[in-house]
Design a protein. Sequence first.
Length: 383
Amino acid sequence: MAITQRSSWLTEDLDAFRELAHAFCQKELAPNQERWAAAKQIDRELWNKAGEVGLLCLSIPEEYGGGGGTFAHEAVLLEEQARAGDEAWGNAVHSGIVAHYVAGYGTEEQKRRWLPKLASGELVAAIAMTEPSTGSDLQNIKTRAIRDGDDYVINGAKTFITNGAQAGLVIVVAKTDPGEQAKGVSLIVVETEGAEGFRRGRVLDKVGMHGQDTSELFFDDVRVPVSNLLGGAEGLGFVQLMQQLPQERLLIGVTSVTAMEAAVEMTVRYTKERTAFGREIFGFQNTKFTLAECATEVAVSKAFLDQCIERHLRGELDVTGAAMVKWWTTDRLSRVADECLQLFGGYGYMSEYPISRVWTGARVGRIFGGTNEIMKEIISRTL
Ligand SMILES: Cc1cc2nc3c(=O)[nH]c(=O)nc-3n(C[C@H](O)[C@H](O)[C@H](O)COP(=O)(O)OP(=O)(O)OC[C@H]3O[C@@H](n4cnc5c(N)ncnc54)[C@H](O)[C@@H]3O)c2cc1C
């Protein structure tokens, strides 16, 4: 059963890479989901294992320890991760997001200092934007990084931070000029080991994605050298975020479409095995029509996603396009996951059935990476 066509951006090189990614995800991710969910985080060593086989920082230049690939490599790995039913490993944030802030805005010294450690798994990376009182309204963050001699002194609290429990490198979004709005925002790197005043809070209890260490982080007079500022000048943080968020949103799109396709496939299989009233569940017109609709939504979503990936590979995906693909794919995934779960009956509500994890995992897609309401706000500005 092929719901979608082969993505136009795939190549033979990427097919070969997929075999490696597939083998790793099936061996290292798939069997550990329940254990990681109970622990509320993955094994720390997974990062090192992934680094050893070259799966971290795939699209970072080789001279900094990365894979020298493109966004397409990140996308293939993410597809395989979603296919393996993984919802715990925060590599999209680590490799797909944080490493690109360092590569994009870091000085030569910063790149040489941090990127090889991110590529090997020696450091786990996180980005801390959201605060208890501010998420969508990023210009109004309260965290401060005030210059004192050759240091920044950071004070504030962050929440919902992916990789928060394991991160050794955190890009903190902070106000270097609290009197300003967007123009007062800077990105400052905190290396957490030995950082006095840095504290991790709880790993938060979530509705889904239980194996992911989404955490609170606290900064009380944390001192970092001014050389940890990304971008060479204060006040560039907001622009840097706006430039990088399209890639983050596209990554969310990749996961969403893959999860959607997997949901339809597992539901087709299940409804052909299960019987009621002396026939396959699949035989009822309602089941067939529902799955026909879902398959169509997958195909349409994937066609748009592929178009956006191609644009991104050419460096042409704009903020509006990324907002469109993010809201669309996460919204469709929520609907498809819900329809598919319904066709599993009571088993769909049991956490041991993968469809239930697709459903709970789907819900957050409409919230993180910028809520879907904010996506529509962004799109509407261009109309
Ligand atoms: C599992 C998970 C992982 C996350 N990982 C990270 C991470 O690694 N790093 C990080 O910094 N953050 C992370 N987040 C935070 C996430 O990005 C925020 O939750 C999100 O941006 C929304 O912010 P908020 O929760 O403060 O909601 P709010 O901003 O308070 O929004 C509440 C509601 O108001 C709506 N709203 C707000 N403003 C407008 C507007 N202008 N127009 C219309 N509606 C509006 C929103 O759409 C939403 O429906 C994560 C969140 C979760 C749940």
